[in-house]
Design a protein around this ligand. Structure first.
Ligand code: AMP
Length: 396
């Protein structure tokens, strides 16, 4: 594989898989350009190196054929604005239209292809479709981490047609470096913080991180399944009754692996699931009937903050409470602040997974942690220890 920093792009057409699957409003205007913005450094690098850029992406979920609302044409003005250059558009991603546009492309020019998913072969990982895409470029770059867990034609299958000339773009490389730094070479102590609603959706991640961490902090709704499994009174808190045995197994697994498992000792309990609810601080295993724990309590915050600030590597996935409501956001905010403090003292902190990303954005600390992953499903699979097809296709 090549490396973006030292690859030679002069006179080459670089076929780049990007993630332009952005939200559009009713007038088909881009309402959040974060993903487009993220790919600008890779595009600029190719142009600065004397190459031409051919961009390909999916957008939305078209039902097997072209649909106006999912046309990548809607992306063109936003991309032109962000890159400050003209962007050419091809009305299909394969066939004569695409070949003609690609072969006329000169160094420094940018061509955007129409939605890959207008062809069902894309999601099927069809080899012939991948070959037809591959003829458009001399070099293949994958810069779409968000789809790296899919073995689609443009994300993985296509790489076989570029045995030497394939590489990651900056977005993809950044995500891989951040996760590998945490999961493969963590400085110790290494603490993982797992929160969110349900333990059932995080089992594989918890099992995988138990092999790597020194401390595992549990918060969010999932903590009550652990508390109940240990015999606590959890009132009407979120408990997965069918996962009590699993919780006990995870506790035992942590013990066997020498991982210090931190389950909250207190909680902010509420008499209703809303902002106006009455609240009280309770021991987690002593919640009155009709009350539910919606955040971790002050003693837990203090204890967890101490663990976090003494850590050298921190992985955070999932909020500590119902952080969307101000009343129950204190635990998530406080641990976020402890992570920032640790980061300022030289720890490496990776925040990933939908709601923890939303939380760091809400609390304004996204810039103060080491890395915020935009990977979503791809990040979760990577954290589960699954080799992502899009990564394997390039790295081998
Ligand atoms: P997840 O998508 O599994 O990471 O879960 C995130 C959601 O869990 C957020 O919307 C939180 O509001 C919710 N959550 C966190 N703590 C609790 C809790 N104690 N009870 C109910 N929901 C919670």
């Amino acid at each position: 594989m090549l490396h973006i920093e030292n690859a030679s792009f002069a006179g080459k057409k670089v076929l780049v898989r990007v993630d332009f699957n952005v939200p559009l409003n009713e007038q088909y205007q881009v309402s959040d350009d974060t993903r487009i913005r993220a790919t600008i450094p890779s595009i600029q690098k190719i142009i600065a190196g004397g190459g031409a850029v051919i961009l390909m992406s999916h957008l939305g979920r078209p039902k097997g054929g072209p649909e106006a609302k999912y046309s990548l044409k809607h992306i063109v003005p936003v991309l032109e604005h962000l890159i400050g250059r003209q962007v050419l558009f091809a009305g299909d991603c394969i066939g004569e239209t695409a070949k003609h546009a690609a072969s006329n492309l000169k160094s420094g020019e940018i061509l955007l292809l129409e939605n890959l998913r207008f062809h069902p072969e894309e999601e099927k990982g069809d080899v012939e479709f991948a070959r037809q895409l591959s003829v458009l470029g001399d070099i293949y770059m994958n810069d779409a981490f968000g789809t790296a867990h899919r073995a689609h034609a443009s994300t993985a299958v296509i790489a076989q047609f570029f045995p030497e000339n394939k590489l990651f773009g900056y977005v993809m490389q950044g995500e891989i470096n951040a996760i590998d730094k945490v999961l493969l070479q963590p400085e110790r102590p290494f603490t993982a913080i797992m929160g969110g609603a349900k333990v059932s959706s995080k089992i594989s991640i918890i099992e995988n991180v138990l092999d790597k961490v020194d401390h595992l902090i549990i918060g969010g709704g999932m903590m009550f399944t652990f508390v109940r499994a240990l015999g606590g009174q959890t009132g009407s808190s979120l408990v997965e009754e069918d996962r009590l045995d699993l919780a006990l197994q995870l506790i035992e697994m942590a013990r066997q692996k020498g991982v210090q498992l931190h389950i909250p000792t207190d909680t902010i309990a509420a008499d209703a699931f809303n902002e106006k609810a009455n609240t009280q601080v309770c021991a987690v295993g002593n919640i009155p009937d009709g009350w539910m724990g919606l955040d971790i309590g002050p003693a837990s915050i203090a204890q967890f903050s101490n663990v976090i600030t003494a850590s050298r590597t921190i992985l955070w996935n999932g909020p500590m409470g119902v952080f969307e409501m101000e009343k129950f956001s204190g635990g998530t905010r406080a641990l976020g602040e402890a992570i920032v403090k640790a980061t300022n003292s030289g720890a490496y902190s990776l925040v990933g997974g939908g709601d923890s990303v939303a939380a760091v954005n809400k609390f304004g600390i996204a810039e103060a942690v080491s890395y915020v992953s935009t990977g979503g499903g791809a990040l979760l699979e990577y954290m589960e220890g699954i080799e992502l097809p899009g990564v394997k296709a390039i790295r081998g």
